[in-house]
Ligand binder design. Structure first.
Ligand code: ZLV
Ligand code: CA
Ligand code: ZN
Length: 397
């Protein structure tokens, strides 16, 4: 459509790889890498690629993945296939509908599908590349919408995540940056990243999520989980958890986000920020339970960007693919400073335009609806803000 010019005074890089888009977790699995194809369709059709350095990323090497993950687990991901899994682990073939016991976390949430290693190494490679662009000062904001898989552990797949690209990217940033702030707006708790950096003050993890222990996955991340308790552990107080109830709306979320993030940045003074933009916190998400609109979600991105700190932006969850694509396209426009100039009406000529017809051919359909009542009171939100301010008072100076 209309050509968009490069942002003035800073560089944005976009890291993607079509190799990630064509994998399938299985017919009934909610994770659809095809949402990345829809996102790319919007980004290209709006002409946003002309405002960024675009890179086709390369797969992460075994050694790069092993900077966080255990060798035996990386080897397992590398060799396992849907065909050989039962030969390798006959004990998995128990339940009638497939494997139930757990080897390296594989199972219903994290199935072994064709091309699994190719999928993992490619999304991880994109986040590592993006982090290196920030370290080299070739980029001020680096984007990888295929990354953000925050649940993966050192030797365990969890919650649709096999390789923790965020941890790998932060390890790259830590080679140069003294303090990295990690912010996670996926509706789920960012437990894998939190666990990896639990005992260090060089990474501060902040996750906003639905919290209902034993009911909502992964069941961790209460307000009082703030790092190791031992006074000599450097990680003490360097984790912030923001547990929420169903139905939070744009206004409550923006107020809370700004009142948590602003003092955190003032006190911690990060030299780089990693923002996980899981789009399952939108209203109408197939797995989520919040009521955010595309603009409400995007406001978090605008707010973080306003601090002018080098930033890695990754995707994450998001299970209504057309709304994931709307959110990440809108957030791309925010990052290149073009959000005010984009036409909210979707481009006339674009691949997969029909996929967006359900809520109307606009970037900003109404997603707040009435599916979930807002169960977060003003008092709940104020209590969280007070708790975070008190926590930050312990790390000042
Ligand atoms: O968005 O799953 O509740 C980042 C992310 O944060 C569970 N899993 C676990 C605990 C035992 N299970 C349930 C097993 C179900 C397996 C298949 C689904 C299939 C259809 C529809 C929904 C689910 C599902 N699974 C919903 N919630 C789960 C969670 C994992 C959520 C991961 C979020 C990942 C990418
Ligand atoms: Ca989160
Ligand atoms: Zn999620």
């Amino acid at each position: 459509e209309n050509e968009i010019s490069r942002p003035k005074g800073y560089t944005v890089s976009w890291h993607h790889n079509p190799a990630v888009e064509n994998h399938h977790f299985g017919q009934t699995h909610p994770m659809k890498p095809w949402r990345l194809t829809l996102t790319k369709s919007l980004v290209l059709s709006y002409g946003m690629h002309t405002a960024m350095d675009t890179y086709i990323s390369r797969p992460a090497s075994r050694d790069e993945i092993a900077e966080f993950h255990k060798d035996e687990y990386v080897e397992f991901l590398n060799v396992v296939t849907p065909q050989n899994i039962y030969e390798m682990y006959p004990e998995l073939a128990t339940g009638p509908q497939g494997y139930t016991s757990s080897i390296f976390g594989v199972g219903e949430d994290c199935p072994i599908f064709d091309g699994l290693y190719d999928f993992c190494s490619n999304y991880a490679g994109a986040s590592i590349d993006a982090a290196r662009k920030l370290v080299n000062h070739q980029s001020d904001i680096a984007i990888n919408w295929s990354g953000g898989l925050h649940h993966a552990k050192k030797a365990e797949a969890s919650g649709f995540c096999y390789v923790n690209d965020i941890v790998l990217a932060i390890l790259q940033l830590l080679r140069y940056h003294p303090r990295v702030l990690y912010i996670d707006i996926d509706v789920h708790h960012g437990d894998g990243v939190e666990q990896a950096f639990w005992s260090t003050d060089r990474v501060m993890c902040v996750s906003f999520h639905k919290y209902d222990k034993e009911v909502f996955f992964p069941g961790t991340g209460p307000l009082d989980s703030t790092g190791p308790l031992h006074p000599d552990n450097p990680g003490k107080n360097y984790t912030i958890n923001v547990p929420l109830n169903d139905g939070i709306d744009d206004e409550g979320y923006a107020y809370l986000f700004q009142n948590v993030i602003e003092p955190t940045i003032k006190v911690y003074r990060p030299t780089a920020i990693v923002l996980q933009c899981g789009a399952d916190s939108l209203g109408h998400d197939r797995l989520g339970c919040f009521n955010l609109n595309i603009r409400g979600h995007g406001n978090c991105v605008s707010f973080v960007k306003s601090f002018h700190i080098p930033m890695l932006v990754v995707g994450g969850g998001g299970y209504t693919p057309r709304n994931v694509a709307r959110a990440w396209a809108h957030e791309t426009s925010i990052l290149i400073g073009a959000d005010k100039t984009l036409n909210p009406a979707l481009p006339e000529h674009m691949p997969y335009r029909e996929a967006f017809r359900r809520e109307g051919l606009t970037l900003f359909p109404n997603l707040s609806g009435w599916r979930k009542e807002n169960m977060n009171t003003r008092a709940d939100i104020e209590r969280i803000i007070r708790h975070v301010r008190e926590q930050l008072s312990y790390i000042r100076g």
